[in-house]
Design a protein around this ligand. Structure first.
Ligand code: FBP
Ligand code: MG
Ligand code: MG
Length: 334
């Protein structure tokens, strides 16, 4: 089986700016993923579960693993020099890497170091999400806010790690989506899912129905459609909601399906963060033939205005997302 390292070297020519820097950056992510895999798999045995004691800028209690993963990915990315700065769910502001080597770095990385924090202590799969851009500011200068506030279609690479029954790293550089499964006995990621394509139609819907009464009419209507019996269209669909975006997305990517996190009366912008949750998975979905939308348009066309901004989110099989968009256009006030 081909390892991730071999794949990266072999596909270096796929990278638009093929100087080896993006390959080296991806290797840094691979290293941090291994370190986090080891710690997450010991959750419960070592003192890595529970709250860290601080609250992040989103007002969420940081879990120890949020902080651990944030530090490991940050350290791995800073150590190599290709990256001049990062933005993270667990950092109030973007972080400038100060060394001369890093100041000259070509890329910035945005990340959700630990996705699915509410599932850490209950042994349910969690993940890491990353998004990579070429900087806009001049090399040699400190990274700037503008380097991070780029629309999703400018991403040069994106991916996630899912720490589940096995640990997988799934990513794209704009040449399709490939998945690598970690073999702890060898310490390597092996190519296990080549050129992933997501079916245009699926039979799985993923949403926190506990918020039903706060949903817009379009989403209520769509849930009604999913639950209506109709043999011709394989309905009712199956409800599956893990509560870790990465894990719900991963399942739907492979099997077909739709993940929905709409706006609600109390959260008109929804819950999920555009820059380090929605854009990277949108790049993957589109590369696999799916769609990612805020209900009214392409997620990756949104012009970001702030690091931690949120957006309503509908992602997955193209025909399923298109149906939601049609209902939004028909039923929801603009
Ligand atoms: O508990 P809710 O409201 O359904 O939200 C669950 C969603 O929130 C998240 O946990 C947010 O991500 P973080 O855990 O990284 O903050 C997603 O992974 C998940 O899909
Ligand atoms: Mg998250
Ligand atoms: Mg998180």
């Amino acid at each position: 089986m081909k390892t991730l390292g071999e794949f990266i070297v072999e596909h270096q020519h796929d990278f638009p700016h093929a100087t080896g820097e993006l390959s080296s950056l991806l290797s840094a992510i691979r290293l941090a993923a291994k370190v986090c895999h080891r710690e997450i798999n010991k959750a419960g045995l070592v003192d890595i579960t529970g709250a860290a004691g601080d609250v992040n800028i989103q007002g969420e209690a940081q879990q120890k693993l949020d902080v651990y993963a944030n530090n490991k990915f940050k350290a791995a990315l800073e150590a190599r020099g290709e990256v001049c700065g990062i933005a993270s769910e667990e950092e109030d502001n973007f972080v400038i890497f100060e060394s001369d080597l890093s100041r000259d770095g070509k890329y910035v990385v945005l990340m959700d170091p630990l996705d699915g924090s509410s599932n850490i202590d209950v042994n349910v799969s969690v993940g890491t999400i990353f998004s990579i851009y070429k900087r806009i500011s001049e090399r040699g200068q400190p990274a700037q806010l503008e380097d991070f506030l780029q629309p999703g279609h400018k991403q040069v690479a994106a991916g996630y790690v899912v720490y589940g029954s096995s640990t997988m790293l799934v990513f794209t550089t704009g040449n399709g989506v490939n998945g690598f499964t970690y073999d702890p006995s060898l310490g390597v990621f092996c190519l296990s899912h080549q050129k992933i394509k997501t079916p245009a139609d699926g039979q799985i819907y993923s949403i926190n129905e506990g918020n039903y009464h706060k949903f817009p009419q379009s989403v209520k209507q769509y849930l009604k459609y999913c639950q209506e019996p109709d043999d011709a269209t394989n309905r009712p669909y199956t409800a599956r909601y893990i509560g870790s975006l990465v894990s719900d997305f991963h399942r739907n990517l492979l099997k077909g399906g739709i993940y929905l996190y709409p706006s609600t009366a109390s959260n008109p912008e929804g819950k999920l963060r555009l820059l380090y949750e929605c854009n990277p998975l949108a790049f993957l979905a589109e590369q696999a033939g799916g769609i990612a939308s805020d209900g009214r348009g392409r997620i990756m066309d949104i012009e970001p205005t702030s690091l931690h901004q949120r957006t309503p989110y509908f992602i997955g099989s193209s025909n399923m997302v298109k149906r939601v968009e049609a209902l939004v256009a028909e039923l929801d006030q603009a």
